[in-house]
Structure formats: C-alpha cells, structure tokens
Design a binder for this molecule. Structure first.
Ligand code: SF4
Ligand code: SF4
Length: 229
C-alpha cells in the first residue's frame, strides 16, 4: 500500500539494511496488542504470507476467504487480500482471548516488520522505523534481520522486490488502459495464479513463486496482446 507522505513525517529519517541495528524491539509487547486492532485493510497478504498460512493452518486461501479470515480489497488499482478485522474493537481475527497472536509462527510479513516499514526505491527497498506506530516506550535495538524473523533472507528480499515491481506493472496496466474488462482479466489472473491455486506446502516456496511469476507474465502478455488486436 503506497503512502503519499515524506520519510520525515512517518519515520526517524534513516534507511536501514538487514545488517543494521534498529530500535524496534518491544520485548514481546508486554500485554499490548494495539497494532493487531483497528488496522483496517492494511495487513495485506503477499504470496509468501499465503504459503505460510496454508502451511500453518492446513487450509487453502479460498477457505480463509470463506471463513472471513481474509477479504479482498482494491489497493492502488490491484485486487489484493488482507487479513480481516472484526468486532467492536476491529481486532484481527487471529488475535486470541489473551491479546496474543494466535498464528505467531506463521504470521504475515507485515506483522513481522512492525514497527518497521519498507521504503522502495529503484527496484530495491530499505527498511524504515515508523515513529508513530508502536506505543511501546522502552524499545531497544535489534538487528533488522533478526527482527523480521524470516528464513532465507536473500531469497526473501529478491521475492519482495520482484513482487513489488509486478504490482507496479499491474497497477500501470490497469491505470493506463482505461478498459474495465482488461483490468478485471489482469486482476483475476493475479488472484488465480498467486492466491487461489494452493501451494505445495512441503515444497520450497520460492521455486513455486518463480514458476507462477513466469505464468503470470505470460498471462499479462496475452491480455495486453489481445487488447492491441
Ligand atoms: S504497538 Fe508495539 S508494543 Fe503494541 S503490540 Fe504492536 S508492536 Fe507490540
Ligand atoms: S496476524 Fe497476529 S500479529 Fe498480525 S495482526 Fe493478526 S494477531 Fe496481530
């Protein structure tokens, strides 16, 4: 989700790499669950999140949609899923009765980052420390790579960069063409290929992602070609 704000408004102004230390560690949150409530549609799921959820919950993405755990929304012209918030407090559906994350082991990437965010530039990204997001006052320094708690970080980084570029490409196509049918076709291809088709949960995610990536690029080309006819 793109935000039209300056770095100075939302962060400490620094850009962090994976090996940098950042003041993000809130020591297990100490009973706070503020960032698991009232987050609207902002906990957007990428394909790796869906793979992790499918592996951890033992159910596919369609089941998550049917149960109301996830929902579809339009983000910068692309139809993408996000975790649902529910009830009076608009709490994440995976927040348990003790105010703890019920899927901590396989929580989405956005939750792993928080209160860090990503700042994209020239096909790559750095991390930022969002200064108005986490209410913990006693945060200490932690290495970024440790904080995001994700294996195979080189591969993860490459995946995130490519995924971001792909969404930009889709957004440009949808925005430029002014053709609702084309926009719908392209968005349906994205949903079917990266979300609806279940992942082989015992298999490497990245192998599956790159195969799907090629398939989506071909689908996008076909959609573009048919539009040019
Ligand atoms: S706001 Fe900060 S302390 Fe509270 S749950 Fe989120 S990360 Fe933890
Ligand atoms: S998945 Fe877990 S960490 Fe993320 S918003 Fe829901 S309860 Fe919070």
């Amino acid at each position: 989700m793109k935000r039209n704000v300056s770095l100075a408004e939302i962060s400490d102004g620094r850009l962090y790499g994976r090996n940098d230390m950042v003041k993000a560690d809130c020591h297990g949150c100490g009973g706070c669950s503020d960032c698991c409530r009232g987050m609207g549609k902002s906990v957007i799921l990428d394909p790796y999140d869906v793979y992790r959820l499918e592996t951890g919950l033992g159910k596919g993405f369609e089941a998550l949609l049917q149960e109301g755990a996830a929902e579809l929304n339009v983000v910068d012209g692309c139809i993408l899923p996000n975790l649902s918030m529910s009830g009076q407090e608009e709490a994440c559906v995976f927040l348990d009765g003790h105010g703890r994350c019920g899927i901590h082991e396989f929580r989405p990437g956005i939750c792993r980052l928080f209160p860090l965010g990503r700042y994209y530039q020239d096909g790559d990204y750095k991390y930022i420390l969002q200064t108005h997001e986490c209410s913990a006052g006693n945060r200490s320094k932690v290495k970024v790579s440790k904080w995001i708690d994700t294996p195979q970080q080189e591969k993860y980084h490459e995946f995130i960069c490519r995924w971001h570029s792909l969404l930009n490409e889709l957004e440009a196509l949808v925005g430029d063409c002014g053709d609702e049918a084309v926009a719908k076709q392209a968005n349906m291809a994205l949903l079917k290929i990266f979300y609806m088709a279940e992942y082989g949960t015992g298999q490497d995610f990245y192998v599956q992602f790159w195969e799907r990536y090629m398939r989506f690029k071909e689908a996008l080309q076909e959609i573009t070609d048919s539009r040019d006819l």
